[in-house]
Design a protein around this ligand. Structure first.
Ligand code: PAF
Length: 281
């Protein structure tokens, strides 16, 4: 497996593989600290495409000034081993200066969507995500890019961006990977103490409750949100950021769930902000 540090190397490799060798490219953008959730994206890309590239870049522009950019786990050697074991042919691990050259002044803002859900409490977060993913997709020109459903609002922002910029990449969304007890995998789970790890199960428990209620026929937003809030009430140390029932394309709240509606939660467990969601059937 090769490791590229520059956009020029990535672009050159991609062009040769796609044009001369007539291959297809699957791209998995990540911030590293890879876990089984990322592994599932890499495997999905390897199953669909002849070539797989994984980017590993802790993107400074998607972190707020008081967020965890400095302490975000950076584990490049282990990440490369995991990526290769699951089918990656290339890891792209650029520096900040490579992705944001001196004087960089161009950003991608997906208006409206960027201010909803996580964008409300993480101001500027989706602008940073859209900007770096646009740069990656323009550089690599992959046939498909793979993202986890866990970041469902991010998926909505990126789908809109790809459509608006007329990029040729297809966005593929892979299911949430969970621990046996239901906790959604996240690179930030390593921040949790043992007690917080137990409390964090409140997020997936609230979603199970909501899924059961919706399956029983009550699909009203206020009933579903109230049911989730009752589950959170059992863990008063957790601070809810949002509990929302939204249209997955627009991220606008809806009054009644229909098949495909997104029910999402975000909450602070100690100092760690976690997210989780379910797409109601
Ligand atoms: O989901 C992530 O890990 C990041 O937001 C992404 C898409 C790699 C952009 O930095």
């Amino acid at each position: 497996m090769e490791i590229f540090r520059t956009v020029a190397e990535l672009r050159q490799w991609s062009r040769v593989e796609r044009k001369q060798a007539q291959g297809t490219l699957g791209f998995v953008p990540t911030m590293g600290a890879l876990h089984a959730g990322h592994a599932s994206l890499i495997r999905a890309a390897a199953a669909d495409c002849t070539n797989v590239a994984v980017s590993i870049f802790v993107n400074p522009t998607q972190f707020g000034p008081h967020e965890d950019y400095a302490r975000y786990p950076r584990t490049l050697d282990a990440d490369c081993a995991l990526a290769e074991a699951h089918g990656a042919h290339v890891v792209f691990a650029p520096s900040v200066e490579e992705m944001y050259p001196a004087g960089a002044a161009t950003f991608v803002d997906v208006e409206g969507l960027s201010e909803r859900m996580d964008g409300q409490s993480r101001h500027g977060h989706f602008r940073g995500v859209a900007t770096v993913v646009a740069k990656l997709l323009i550089a690599a020109e992959p046939d498909r890019a793979y993202f986890g459903q866990k970041d469902a609002a991010q998926v909505a922002v990126l789908r809109r961006m790809v459509a608006d910029l007329r990029l040729s990449t297809e966005i593929v969304v892979c299911p949430i990977v969970r621990e046996a007890d239901g906790l959604a995998l996240s690179s930030r789970n390593i921040y949790l103490s043992a007690a917080e790890r137990a409390q964090a199960l409140t997020l997936s428990r609230s979603l199970s409750k909501v899924e059961a209620l919706a399956a029983s026929g009550d699909r009203r937003a206020d009933a579903l949100i109230a049911a989730a809030r009752r589950v959170f009430a059992a863990e008063p140390t957790i601070r809810i950021d949002y509990i929302e029932l939204v249209d997955w394309a627009t991220l606008k709240p809806v009054e009644t769930a229909v098949p495909g509606t997104l029910f999402a939660v975000a909450a602070w467990v100690g100092a760690t902000r976690l997210i989780d969601n379910t797409i109601l059937g």
